[in-house]
Ligand binder design. Structure first.
Ligand code: DSN
Length: 415
């Protein structure tokens, strides 16, 4: 990965690109929403399809010369359909947020009501945060996790739905470590005659591999990201029943987007093909086994985990009990110095701020891609502990950095 063409034209950018590859190779990427896509997906994303405008959909475009764009988009749709079993798939959203935007734009009017999980309890900005367009265009009420268990408070959600009478209930989360009971949320939405949007952005790969229950066929709309656990080209996807297909397609284009990013659609097609291989199911199982091993290691070392563990690809650590004087930001910074990259995260019942919250979120999708197993992830749990126990001790950070180097060498990336 020497970016030779970029180097000829622009050495400054070539340096930054090469440094980024080195950074990914030599540190542990544990941001739960990140992964390392395959060289094939990278190749597709860097292809000449970046030049092509293809407003519209396969067979019905507003520009000429779209025959190969059509082929690629049809392949992406075909493979997504095989992976998820949805009646209708739109692979054009530029991101998970824009996939959500398409559903809101298709089904809601400004001022309509969204019921979603609070951001500090694991929700997402695009589910109704005041700083997001959703919080400004729609009326929003939020459910929470049970403060005792850390699991979604399904009863509270149903009660709020009765009280608030939403037009849409949003499920699917970005910092929630447990299985989601889609049927139960669907029932709560049905009871108040609301739509149900299940945003599987984080767990798209786990759902595709059958490692997490699928909301497809239960929720009215399923949105996702295509570059997180599923490790395909960067962007989003919307799935729905045929009855909503035209509304969703029009909401994506021309409603919310112009020309689709066809190079990314190509990356999606290639990544979906990879996800149909049996190895991907093994990968997804390993992601979860690794997150469990990481969580067990951290628990044994005295950390408090939201919901006491995990069923998926991430663990959410609440530092307040074990390390009351260390914020999530302090931990993130010290860990990065030691070569472990993750993010500070709010936790349920947050008492600090969104900018410097009380928790850290750690995911295993990227580590698993480069070959980490449960023993490696237990060791990573010990390394994280050593750093957070002594975040200002340069000697400890240097020792951990050496262990990180060894783990990276044992599990090479982009050779
Ligand atoms: N930025 C993603 C995450 O980290 O969860 C969500 O958009």
């Amino acid at each position: 990965m020497d970016h030779e063409h970029v180097r000829e034209v622009d050495p400054a950018v070539a340096d930054a690109l090469e440094n980024e590859v080195d950074r990914q190779r030599s540190t542990l990427q544990m941001i739960a929403s990140e992964n390392h896509v395959s060289p094939a997906v990278l190749d597709a994303q860097g292809s000449a399809l970046t030049n092509k405008y293809a407003e519209g959909y396969p067979g019905s475009r507003y520009y000429g010369g779209c025959e190969y764009a059509d082929e690629v988009e049809e392949l992406a749709i075909e493979r997504a359909t095989e992976l998820f079993g949805a009646e209708h798939v739109n692979v054009q959203p530029h991101s998970g947020t824009q996939a959500n935007q398409a559903v809101y734009f298709a089904m809601l009017e400004p001022g309509d009501r969204i019921l979603s999980l609070d951001l500090t309890h694991g929700g997402h900005l695009s589910h109704g945060h005041p700083a997001n367009f959703t919080g400004q265009l729609y009326e929003v009420e939020q459910y929470e996790v049970d403060p005792e268990t850390g699991y979604i408070d399904y009863e509270g959600l149903s009660d709020l739905a009765e009280e608030f009478d939403p037009d849409i209930v949003v499920s699917g989360y970005s910092a929630y470590p447990r299985e989601i009971d889609w049927e139960r949320i669907q029932a709560a939405a049905d009871d108040v005659d609301a739509y149900h949007l299940a945003d599987i952005a984080h767990i798209t790969g786990l759902v595709a591999a059958g490692v997490h229950d699928s909301p497809v066929g239960i929720a009215d709309f399923v949105t996702g990201s295509t570059h997180k656990t599923i490790r395909a080209g960067r962007g989003g996807i919307v799935m729905c029943d045929e009855e909503y297909a035209d509304d969703v397609d029009s909401a994506v284009f021309p409603g919310g987007q112009g020309g689709p990013l066809m190079h990314n659609v190509a990356g999606k097609a290639v990544g979906f093909k990879e996800a149909l291989e049996p190895e991907f199911e093994e990968y997804a199982h390993q992601v979860v086994a690794n997150a469990k091993a990481l969580g067990e290691s951290l628990s044994e070392n005295g950390f408090s985990l939201v919901s006491d563990g995990t069923d998926n690809h991430l663990v959410l650590v609440d530092l307040r009990e074990s390390h009351p004087d260390t914020s999530g930001g302090d931990a993130e910074e010290a860990l990065e110095e030691a070569g472990i990259v993750l993010n500070a995260n709010t936790v349920p019942g947050e008492t600090r701020s969104a900018f410097d919250p009380s928790g850290i979120r750690a995911g295993t999708p990227a580590l698993t891609t480069r070959g980490f197993d449960e023993a490696d992830c237990r060791e990573v749990g010990d390394l994280i502990t050593r750093v957070i126990d002594a975040p200002e001790d340069e000697a400890v950070l240097a020792e951990v950095r050496e262990e990180v180097d060894r783990l990276c060498e044992e599990n090479p990336l982009y050779e």
